[in-house]
Design a protein. Structure first.
Length: 54
């Protein structure tokens, strides 16, 4: 997984500028962070309800 990601970034850096590769990496990181936040958000909401109920 890490090797393929690094290989993809390296290939893009070779095709285009390094700035483009950097922004693509940041975009992927932002998507990953957003998906993790979306998955964890309902659990946080449930914890708040359980904490208030108890």
């Amino acid at each position: 997984m890490q090797e393929s990601l690094a290989g993809t970034i390296a290939a893009i850096a070779n095709l285009r500028s390094r700035r483009c590769a950097f922004w693509l990496f940041m975009f992927r990181f932002a998507l990953l962070f957003a998906s993790l936040f979306a998955l964890l958000r309902p659990q946080w909401h449930l914890r708040k309800i359980e904490g208030a109920a108890v």
